[in-house]
Design a binder for this molecule. Structure first.
Ligand code: GMT
Length: 377
């Protein structure tokens, strides 16, 4: 099939899912065209069947906000008609589903029928999409897609609760390629660079936005390190970083917290991590938790959104109410103190991750593409 993928090219989960999906589809022989404003961070441009089309936004002094939707719509019309694409799969509704709808109408006038598959990822529904500023347009774009998917049951329920939805919503979970995670014995899994032999390594990966509650990560770690020799690795960049650094200095734990910034090597950090912290306010799925589990790292998380569909309380980690920093740190200490229990949880986490492998999820998207083509025209 000839498939166009529209996504954010940055380190966010929706862009990662879109990129990994596109590369796996290309690997299976589909022709995949990425259409976005920058090359996606995890995209292997030299791989077979992969194409990338950059959306340029012409700046003009009159514009306070650059009209990205218009530039994207124009590019979609051009790419679909030039390469005879059959499916446009847009990740994150805002503004991608809206631009795809507009492109579909323009292509229809040229006698071209393109099918639009919209995957909702989380904040495009919860925090941002349901805000009155966007809600009408997001609802319209959802209802006028040919197929809609969400990345968890929780996000499906949120979508049905927050919007007046007149189309079926399919759940297709986030996925993982477990082969991409080195094991602790591999040379590239170099834990000695960051911690001593007797220290435990605790990791948090996010875009450091308030929704991820990174300050809770610091408070949880502060309690852990009082009882267990340990280091905290923070991977990712975002608006909270400065405040976090300030708090870490204030607590006197600066030498125990390592700020790694954005990284394409998250798997190499996770392979030697003993515990992963994800105390998010909301999380439609929690791809970061799944990535940790694929690297045999148990997860201490909140019980919000789709996290209970991924992290199993008392098995692959522990779940707590939002903001319950005391319980989260107690659970972390309990695990880190008991080597046997920790190893059991590491194994459980890995086994749970294996139920979300790409080879189980990819065919679900292919089935949707095939079905929407058959029902078409
Ligand atoms: O987590 C973010 O803020 C990034 C965001 C995105 O769309 O890029 O992630 C969302 O999509 C991921 C992939 O489907 C999910 O695993 C994350 O849980 C979800 N984030 C939230 O719902 C906050």
């Amino acid at each position: 099939m000839k498939i166009g993928i529209v996504c954010y090219p940055t380190f966010g989960g929706s862009g990662v899912v879109a990129t990994e999906l596109g590369m796996a589809l290309a690997d299976k022989g589909h022709e995949v065209h990425f259409i976005t404003y920058k090359q996606p961070v995890r995209l292997d441009l030299l791989a077979k069947n992969i194409h990338f089309h950059e959306v340029f936004v012409e700046e003009y002094p009159l514009f306070h906000f650059q009209p990205y939707e218009l530039a994207l719509t124009t590019k979609l019309v051009e790419v679909v008609s030039t390469y005879n694409l059959e499916i446009l799969h847009v990740h994150y509704a805002i503004p991608h589903a809206y631009a795809a709808y507009m492109a579909k109408q323009m292509l229809h006038q040229k006698g071209i029928d393109i099918k639009v598959v919209t995957t909702l990822h989380g904040t495009d529904i919860t925090l941002v999409g349901s805000h009155p500023t966007y809600k009408t347009a997001v609802e319209f774009s959802i209802n006028n897609s040919d197929v809609v998917t969400t990345v968890s049951n929780s996000l499906k329920n949120d979508t049905l609760r927050l919007f007046n939805v007149s189309i079926d919503v399919n759940v297709i979970y986030n996925f993982i390629d477990t082969t991409k995670y080195p094991s602790i014995d591999d040379a590239e899994c170099n834990r000695t660079a960051l911690a001593t032999e007797n220290e435990k390594i605790i990791t948090h990966v996010s875009n450091m936005r308030p929704v991820k509650r990174p300050m809770d990560v610091i408070e949880i770690f502060y309690k852990i390190q009082q009882e267990i020799p340990s280091k905290l690795l923070l991977v990712g960049e975002g608006p909270e970083i400065e405040t976090l650094e300030y708090r870490v200095k204030e607590l006197g734990i600066y030498e125990k917290v390592i700020f790694l910034g954005n990284s394409n090597d998250v798997n190499k950090v996770l392979c030697y991590s003993d515990l992963f912290l994800l105390p998010s306010k909301t999380e439609s799925f929690g791809l970061a938790a799944l990535e940790a589990m694929a690297a045999k790292t148990p997860v201490i998380s909140t019980n919000t959104g789709g996290l209970p569909e991924v992290n199993i309380d008392g098995v692959t980690g522990f779940l707590s109410d939002l903001g319950n920093v005391d319980e989260m740190s107690q659970n972390a200490i309990k695990l880190l103190k008991d080597e046997e229990l920790l190893n059991q949880f590491k194994l459980n986490a890995y086994n749970q991750a294996k139920s979300f492998t790409i080879d189980q999820i990819l065919p679900q998207y292919e089935d949707i593409y095939r079905a929407v083509k058959v029902n078409c025209c």
